[in-house]
Design a protein around this ligand. Structure first.
Ligand code: SAH
Length: 469
């Protein structure tokens, strides 16, 4: 069973592993299975990797469907990379996520754990994202049936939708996406119809030709709607005609921007969006804090669950009003601002200087005057002199990206030895690794997972660490 390209037949899928892969055991070997299978299915697996203790492959046939399966609600399910867990009832999704947090903390972290309350599920499991980005492409992804059905005539080529996972130039045309509130679909479909009717060109990322590139939508719980249309080059006549048409058809839009991107890649971080209509930003609310979100700002994508996550973080921090709180990887300062009324002082640190500008502006707009923010790498900023200047931390809140914390930072945190650390994580595997390092001085007091992304395998997890005296 060391060979690749072997097909294992009639494999009963038993569990989920990390990253949404399913898991089975065959002859004592762990097999990770891709291809949308769920525990309870019996499948044939074509292996792509086979090592001594484990193998990896893709399900090529489902013999028996798990009794847990439900019918996916989206027409694009199966091709779209978006909501891959729709075939599982929501309660099952939550149970698997909870299980994964526990497995990671036990197996990677080898940690002694407190009893864990169940993961906090979302009330709204659809239309929960405040931000979506669609891509224009002249290389629509077509299924074999679509190509066959078209016969000699090559079928429609243009698409406005999402990239197909692992295919860099192919885009799946999306009619109705259930990830965001209306008028998201109305905006997208209005632009597509107009573009097709006027014969506007959709971008070709390989050839670097075409005009329409990306469409970024933000729909806030405050009712504000921001649209940023990214085009390859200026064409004033067509641009104004399109944007005016959009405003007329979708009066709910509160601000409309466009960005000219002549670069090879799609990122807009180094480009300047221009305001066509409205104030050029939107505002989102968490409790009674208001956050200004521009076309390039970062903000938690699920507002409701983001608020729940911050409440748990604040509760874990156990603030009484006298504490010096550090907010590491603070982004636009939202956690620090959220806890500021219960703290004496907040110190936020973040790599991206534009995010720090937003953090300062957000603090000022919310009347928060006990928070200061610093731009730079946490590893460079968090030295002895910095802690000496800004005060010994009573609580450190840390919210690193998926890779987790740098070893140098965990070493520093052990040295600084704040009484409490609240670790917010979007990847329980790296969190478990870091908690194991911090275990030298800290016990895990509380753990609470939060589901920010229903119908996906992504997990957010908050842990409270208490220093051992
Ligand atoms: N706490 C914020 C953002 C968390 S996302 C919120 O809740 O909105 C993680 C953040 O870490 C990102 O903003 C990213 O830019 C920042 N980051 C990544 N590596 C970093 C580093 N080495 N030093 C400082 N910040 C970093």
């Amino acid at each position: 069973m060391r060979k690749k390209n072997v097909v294992l037949e009639n494999v009963p899928v038993t569990a989920y592993a990390a990253e949404g892969k399913a898991l089975a055991r065959v002859d004592g070997k762990v097999v990770f299975i891709e291809g949308g299978v769920v525990p309870g299915d019996v499948v044939d697996v074509k292996l792509s990797k086979s090592k001594k203790d484990w193998a990896e492959g893709k399900a090529i046939r489902i013999h028996t469907q798990s009794p847990d399966r439900v019918t996916p609600f989206c027409d694009h399910f199966g091709l779209c990379g978006g909501c891959k867990w729709q075939m599982l009832p929501y309660e099952k999704q939550l149970a698997y996520k909870q299980q994964q947090v526990e497995d990671h903390l036990r197996r990677i972290g080898h940690l002694e754990l407190p009893s864990m309350p169940p993961i906090l599920g979302a009330k709204e499991t659809r239309r929960y994202r405040n931000k979506l980005e669609f891509t224009f492409s002249n290389k629509a992804y077509l299924t074999d049936e679509e190509i066959r059905a078209a016969g000699e005539d090559w079928p429609r080529r243009n698409a406005l939708g999402f990239h197909i996972p692992k295919l860099f130039d192919k885009v799946l045309d999306i009619q109705t996406c259930h990830l965001q509130e209306e008028p998201a679909n109305l905006i997208k479909n209005t632009i597509r119809s107009w573009a097709e009717a006027r014969g506007l060109s959709f971008f070709d990322i390989r050839q670097q030709t075409g005009w329409l590139r990306n469409l970024v939508l933000r729909i806030c719980t405050t009712g504000e709607v921001m649209v940023n249309l990214v085009i390859h080059h200026e064409d004033k006549g067509e641009r104004e005609a399109l944007l005016n048409h959009l405003l007329e058809k979708v009066p709910a839009i509160t601000t409309l921007l466009y960005t000219i991107n002549p670069k090879k890649n799609d990122s807009i971080f180094d480009l300047e969006p221009r305001v066509f209509y409205g104030k050029g930003y939107v505002e989102e609310k968490l409790e009674d804090f208001i956050f200004k979100i521009g076309p390039k700002s970062f903000f938690q994508t699920n507002t409701y669950q983001g608020e729940a996550l911050y409440r748990i973080t604040r509760e874990f921090a156990g603030l009484t009003g006298t504490e010096t709180v550090y907010d590491l990887y603070c982004g636009t300062g939202s956690i620090g601002i959220f806890v500021s009324r219960q703290a004496a002082k907040v110190v936020g640190i973040e790599l991206i200087s534009e995010a720090i500008d937003d953090a300062r502006e957000n603090a000022a707009a919310n009347g928060v005057n006990n928070a200061t923010f610093f731009a730079g790498d946490v590893i460079n900023i968090c030295d002895d002199a910095f802690f000496a200047t800004h005060g010994a931390p009573d609580v450190i809140i840390t919210d690193p990206p998926r890779a987790g914390m740098h070893e140098k930072l965990t070493a520093k945190l052990l040295e600084v030895a704040a009484p409490r650390i609240v670790y917010v994580s979007c990847n329980p595997a790296t969190q478990a690794r870091d908690l194991a390092l911090l275990n030298e001085k800290y016990t895990v007091e509380k753990v609470q997972a939060v589901d920010m992304f229903p119908h996906t395998h992504h997990i957010e997890n908050v842990a409270l660490l208490q220093r051992r005296y």
